[in-house]
Design a protein around this ligand. Structure first.
Ligand SMILES: Nc1ncnc2c1ncn2[C@@H]1O[C@H](COP(=O)(O)OP(=O)(O)OP(=O)(O)O)[C@@H](O)[C@H]1O
Ligand SMILES: [Mg+2]
Length: 349
């Protein structure tokens, strides 16, 4: 199913929550909606599901106007963060729920429902859990069951709102890979909400970044990571170090930072340089303007804080086993080589 959203707006009272969303999701695509808290991600999903109505705009699925369609007729599969399974029902009954509540004419027979649930239990790799109750499951198992419940109805569209938000990092990683394989096997058009960039990049065909009710960038992981469209996106994608610099003759000019390999298409003038701590290599240099203020060992990395004479402090992460690490100690003077950086024009008042 192809989802087409055009010029969509939504306010709650005076708060504009969606400010003109244009988004097309192709049939079978898995799109991640990524954005900070309050950027409108859940509101957009709820409108697609028919749990909220927009003030203006268009929502069409395979060409049909969904704003004229009741929620139950959209046959959406929806999984929320901390999705409550029915505690008094077994896993089987939870998964079967959406089928058992269909009106009589559309309801599959008991035997067909049982067969469908069996299939899903196998497919979701939770065969052994069918007779348990939700309280007897781990968080990750519960989210698998919740997804089973959403898939049981053979949804037109699958909407997942931070389904793994409450789980620990290792379980999330497992579930991500598992969800990707489930998606590839079903081919269901899917929108996945997260505010974890790694999750979005690893899982999705395309990442759509939302800020303040607007789409600020849309593209694949590499495009958004390497060529953020704005300072907001750069910062949100982990380039949290911002330094004021200058552009001269197509090059970034910054004291104590090697920038020869970082061309800029910006015109001459003041600019803003954004870098990720893990992209910064400190290079010992008695004339370097940065001094290593502190070193913290996090296991795989050394987390450094670098300070200049003006008191500016920036973080840098260095692999602990890298050859450079041996030369790193508090008090050592360095200059910096960023493996990658983004440059934007300075803000004009
Ligand atoms: N029913 C409502 N009534 C009033 N305001 C609402 C309602 N639902 C959402 N909002 C407001 O709309 C804005 C966007 O909310 P939304 O839940 O879509 O954000 P989100 O991107 O999902 O955030 P999070 O990452 O925290 O879940 C917020 O400012 C929120 O307070
Ligand atoms: Mg939300």
């Amino acid at each position: 199913m192809t989802i087409e959203i055009a010029q969509m707006t939504k306010s709650f009272g005076r708060t504009e929550v969606l400010r003109g969303i244009d988004l097309t999701v192709a049939d079978g695509e898995l799109v991640a909606l990524l954005g900070p808290s309050g950027s409108g991600k859940t509101t957009l999903l709820k409108i697609i599901a028919g749990l909220e109505w927009p003030d203006a705009g268009r929502l069409a699925v395979d060409g049909a106007d969904w704003l004229k369609l009741d929620p139950q007729d959209r046959r959406i599969g929806f999984v929320f963060q901390n999705y409550a399974l029915f505690p008094h029902m077994t896993v089987r009954d939870n998964i079967a729920f959406g089928l058992t509540v269909r009106p009589r004419g559309e309801r599959p027979s008991r035997a067909d429902i049982a067969r469908r649930v069996d299939e899903l239990l196998g497919f979701l790799q939770i065969d052994a859990l069918g007779d348990r109750h939700p309280a007897q499951l781990s968080g990750g198992q519960r989210q698998r069951v919740a997804l089973g419940r959403a898939l049981a109805i053979e949804p037109t569209v699958l909407l997942l709102d931070e389904p793994f938000g409450a789980l620990d990092a290792a379980v999330r990683r497992d579930l991500r890979q598992w969800l990707r394989s489930v998606h590839d096997a079903t081919g269901t058009t899917t929108i996945f909400v997260t505010h974890d960039q790694e999750e979005a990049f690893e899982l999705a065909d395309r990442v759509v970044v939302l800020d303040g009710g607007r789409i600020v960038q849309s593209g694949d992981a590499a495009a958004i990571h390497d060529a953020p469209a704005s300072p907001f996106v750069a910062n949100f994608m982990g380039a949290t170090i911002e330094l004021p610099v200058a552009v001269r003759g197509g090059r970034v000019d910054a004291a104590g930072i090697e920038t020869d390999h970082l061309p800029s298409a910006l015109p001459d003038g003041p600019a803003r340089l954004f870098m990720r701590p893990e992209d910064l290599t400190p290079i010992p240099d008695p004339d370097g303007p940065w001094t290593i203020a502190s070193v913290t060992n996090t296991g795989a990395h050394l987390r450094l804080v670098l300070a200049d004479a003006a008191g500016t402090k920036i973080p840098a992460d260095l692999r602990r086993r890298s050859p450079r690490a041996a030369q790193i100690a508090p008090g050592v003077r360095v200059h910096l080589r960023p493996e990658h950086a983004s440059v934007f024009p300075a803000e004009t008042a």
